[in-house]
Ligand binder design. Structure first.
Ligand SMILES: *[C@@H]1O[C@H](CO)[C@@H](O)[C@H](O)[C@H]1NC(C)=O
Ligand SMILES: *[C@@H]1O[C@H](CO)[C@@H](O)[C@H](O)[C@H]1NC(C)=O
Length: 518
């Protein structure tokens, strides 16, 4: 495979020393050194991916058509009209990709199952053996290399058949389809998979697909956007409600029929942005409220059996209700908490000051968010608009989770850095990603502080193993530890950050030998 130590590796320490001071970071973010030994021996250090973003092979071996297959083929939806038809061609190169992880010394890998490889038409068709075989090979080869599989059952891609039949997550029928899908996964893979996440970011499925309309099925209404259908104030609530019940029923099935024999654990993944009060005096309640609306929306029902009172007070009967039977399923339907975290912003209370129309609404908790305070950005902007480097946010997120949901272990299942187009498009620039190294070092230092302070964190996964199809941003936005040449060869090349992570994890000389000998 021809992976060689990159010459940049030898000067990256120097680069880190002379790197310019960036925005809004505290001194401890900047200067605290972080070592593998700051984390427990059995801590999981891994990388994250998802099926549609890396696999390609979109019509192979009996795979059905997914919502994202359809959406990415609509001209104008994705940057450069990119699609996931080939993506990283992981479908054919998974052995090489597992070797990359092994060479870095990762002991865990989080990936998702393509629903349409397993059940091309949902529960309206048969199980597809081709898909089962593919994931069996991945799981077996990971275990062979001592890499623990962390499996997301559903990460944004579902059979188009379910959209056409009953509008997918808008219907309670989707719960039955999800439970059927999860059952096949437990049956086929549960003997070897010990960490399951039912759904990736149910709140983002709702917000991007049904409020903003930028993700499929592109529902929205003014003032949020112009879509051919949708109701941005109502539909996200329905879509989350159906996902929560789908999750709860799948967990119930797992616990009743699989967990005792298979000995695994199960949870659900949400994305958490942290917030700080814009004005220290008046905006603290805005922070509490917006966190209740995003974090509590998902985890309050799952931990405590119902939506947060902050949501009920503001949304009233627009917020769906759980029946007594629902509550029995959903309360306590998790073995661990799984969070994706990237950024922090300021929150401003719209009860006390004026906010734009699309913000000053119940569904937004009457909270405006902004990265600016007195014209100064909260952190260095990343490649995706709205993401800023704020390492202290990682510590705050863990503290928040620990307080609101005591006594749960936590996995950070995504954290990562995308470069800005203005950082340069030349391959050398992309490979020389010292900003990504700096990002991970400072976020890991913040994570270690939270753990010293009692946060029960068990693992940390970098988004992402390699550059991939970053949803509506296509291949333009790169989050990978490995560079992928999507235009021509699909060759993977380790960025400086891959070398850094390997050296952080395993000691540099051992990894050097492994990387060079692939
Ligand atoms: C995407 O496709 C549409 C329709 O064919 C075309 O008008 C547009 O220029 C394309 N965009 C790019 C970046 O190629
Ligand atoms: C915390 O969890 C442990 C193990 O699951 C359990 O034994 C203990 O009772 C729990 N404590 C609280 C306060 O819930």
């Amino acid at each position: 495979m021809g992976i060689k130590m990159h010459p940049f590796f030898f000067c990256f320490l120097l680069l880190l020393l002379v790197s310019p001071h960036s925005y809004g970071e505290s001194e401890e973010d900047e200067f605290e050194e972080i070592k593998r030994s700051d984390f427990p021996k059995h801590f999981f250090f891994g990388a994250s991916t998802s099926s549609y973003q890396i696999e390609g092979g979109y019509l192979e071996d009996g795979k059905g058509i997914s919502n994202w297959d359809v959406f990415s083929h609509i001209p104008g939806k994705i940057t450069n009209n990119d699609t996931g038809d080939v993506a990283d061609d992981h479908y054919h190169r998974f052995l090489e990709d597992i070797e990359l992880m092994h060479s870095m010394g990762l002991n865990a890998y989080r990936f998702s199952i393509s629903w349409t490889r397993i059940l091309p038409r949902g529960r309206f068709g048969k199980v597809n053996k081709g898909g089962i075989n593919f994931y069996n090979k991945i799981i077996d080869n990971l275990l062979l290399k001592g890499i623990e599989p962390f499996v997301t059952i559903y990460h944004f891609d579902y059979p188009m058949e379910l959209e056409r039949r009953y509008e997918s997550w808008m219907s309670s029928q989707m719960q039955d389809d999800f439970v059927e899908f999860a059952k096949v996964c437990f049956e086929e893979f549960g003997d070897r998979v010990k960490y399951w996440m039912t759904i990736n970011e149910p709140e983002m499925v709702a917000i991007l697909g049904y409020r903003m309309g930028s993700f499929p099925p592109a529902h929205c209404s003014p003032p949020f956007g112009k879509c051919s259908m949708g109701n941005s104030d109502r539909e996200p609530l329905i879509v989350v409600h159906n996902q929560l019940l789908a999750h709860a029923k799948a967990v119930s099935l797992y616990r009743t029929h699989f967990q005792v024999k298979q000995g695994g654990s199960i949870g659900i993944t949400i994305s958490i942005q942290m917030y700080e009060p814009l004005d220290q005096q008046s905006d603290t309640q805005a922070v509490d409220r917006i966190l209740a609306f995003y974090v509590g929306w998902i985890y309050d029902p799952i931990v405590y059996g119902d939506y947060p009172k902050e949501m009920r007070e503001i949304l009233g009967s627009e917020l769906p209700s759980f029946s007594d039977e629902d509550k029995r399923y959903i309360k306590g339907s998790l073995d661990f908490i799984s969070i994706n975290h990237y950024t922090t912003k300021y929150a401003k209370d719209c009860f006390h000051s004026s906010c734009p129309d699309e913000v000053n609404r119940p569904i937004n908790a009457f909270v405006e968010t902004t990265p600016y305070r007195n014209g100064i950005l909260i952190g260095d902007p990343m490649g995706i608009p709205g993401l800023y480097v704020v390492p202290r946010g990682m510590e705050k997120v863990i503290n928040y989770i620990k307080q609101r949901y005591p006594n749960h272990s936590i996995f950070v299942t995504e954290n990562g850095y995308s470069m800005r187009p203005s950082d340069g498009n030349k391959v050398e620039t992309i490979l020389n990603d010292w900003k990504r190294i700096k990002f991970h070092k400072s976020y890991l230092a913040a994570l270690a502080r939270a753990m010293r302070n009692g946060g029960d964190v068990r693992g940390y996964f970098i988004w992402s193993l390699m550059d991939n199809f970053e949803w509506i941003r296509g291949y333009d936005t790169r989050f990978g530890l490995f560079y992928v040449d999507h235009l021509k060869t699909l060759e993977r090349r380790p960025k400086l950050s891959a070398h850094w992570f390997a050296s952080f994890l395993g000691g540099y000389s051992q990894q050097l030998t492994q990387l060079s000998s692939i």
